[in-house]
Ligand binder design. Structure first.
Ligand code: 4AZ
Length: 258
C-alpha cells in the first residue's frame, strides 16, 4: 500500500505527454506564470547537455550518444527504437534542434518503483553537444543546485516550449524525511527546494532531467535526477532527486556496456 501511494506521487509522464501541448509564453513574460516552477528561461547554449525525450521526460547527455534519465521514464531494458531525444536547442520548435532515435535502454537493475531511479538511453547517432559529468562522490551533494526542464511551470500546468531553469537549495535527509517519512530512501535520494516558502521546484515533465552545480574547477557536475515529490513547489515538500553519486559506478559500467 505504501508502495502504491508512493507510486501515485510519482510522475505519470507517459500519459501526460501524449496529450501535452506547449504553453507558449511570450518572450516578455514578466506577467506570465513563473517557469519550471519559479524559474526563468535558459539562454540558448547555457545548458548544452540538456535533452528532451519523446515520452515527455528530460535527460542529460552522459556521452554524446548516451542520455542519463530516470528509470520511471522508461519501460524496461533492451533494444528499444521507440524513443527520440532532442538536443542542441532551448526551443523545442526550432529547426536548429537535433532529434535522434534510441537504439537501446538500460533501466537501473533492481528498479521496482522505489529508489534507484536512473536509466540510460543509447542513441543511434551522437548529438554534437558538450556532455554533463556525474558526481562520483558525495562531495558536491550540498549547496545550491540548478534544475532545468521543459516540464510544467505550475502544478498541473502544461509542458513548455522553451527550456526553463531555477536554483534550489540542498535539503538534508532529516528535513526531507519530515515531509516524506519512510518513503524517502536516504542513501539513494537527495532533496532540494525551499522548504519554508515553496515556490521553486521541478514539476511534471521535468522528470529524468539533471540537477547540477559547479564543481571546484567551475565545471557543471550532475548530482541529481528529477524523480518525484508531493505536488510542485509546495511549502514543506521539497523535490526528490536520484542521488547520482550513489550510482556513479553503476552508471559508468552500464554505459560502457551499452
Ligand atoms: C513529475 O510528476 C514530478 N516537485 C517531477 C518532480 C516533482 C514532482 C512531480 C518534484 O514529473
Amino acid at each position: 500500500m505504501k508502495q502504491l501511494l508512493r507510486t501515485l506521487k510519482r510522475c505519470s509522464v507517459i500519459a501526460a505527454v501524449a496529450l501535452a501541448t506547449f504553453s507558449l509564453q511570450p518572450s516578455n513574460a514578466s506577467a506570465a506564470p513563473a517557469p519550471i516552477v519559479g524559474g526563468t528561461r535558459a539562454a540558448q547554449g547555457e545548458f548544452p547537455f540538456m535533452v528532451r525525450l519523446s515520452m515527455g521526460c528530460g535527460g542529460a547527455l552522459y556521452a554524446q550518444d548516451i542520455v542519463l534519465t530516470a528509470a520511471h521514464c522508461v519501460d524496461g531494458s533492451g533494444k528499444d527504437t521507440s524513443i527520440t531525444a532532442t538536443g542542441g536547442t532551448v526551443d523545442l520548435q526550432s529547426s536548429s534542434g537535433v532529434t535522434v532515435r534510441s537504439t537501446e535502454v538500460l533501466q537501473a537493475p533492481g528498479y521496482d518503483g522505489v529508489g534507484k531511479d536512473w536509466a540510460l538511453i543509447k542513441l543511434a547517432e551522437p548529438i554534437d553537444q558538450p556532455t554533463l559529468k556525474i558526481a562520483d562522490s558525495s562531495a558536491y551533494d550540498t549547496g545550491t543546485f540548478t534544475i532545468a526542464g521543459w516540464g510544467a511551470a505550475t502544478e498541473g500546468g502544461g509542458q513548455q516550449r522553451y527550456l526553463l531553469k531555477a536554483t534550489v537549495p540542498f535539503v538534508s535527509d532529516a528535513t526531507c524525511q519530515q515531509a516524506y517519512g519512510g518513503d524517502l530512501v536516504p542513501g539513494e535520494e537527495i532533496c532540494a527546494g525551499n522548504v519554508s516558502d515553496g515556490g521553486v521546484d521541478s514539476c511534471q515533465g521535468d522528470s529524468g532531467g539533471p540537477m547540477f552545480r559547479k564543481d571546484d574547477a567551475g565545471a557543471w557536475i550532475q548530482v541529481g535526477i528529477v524523480s518525484w515529490g508531493e505536488g510542485c513547489a509546495r511549502p514543506g515538500y521539497p523535490g526528490v532527486y536520484t542521488q547520482v553519486s550513489a550510482f556513479a559506478s553503476d552508471i559508468a559500467s552500464a554505459a560502457s556496456d551499452l
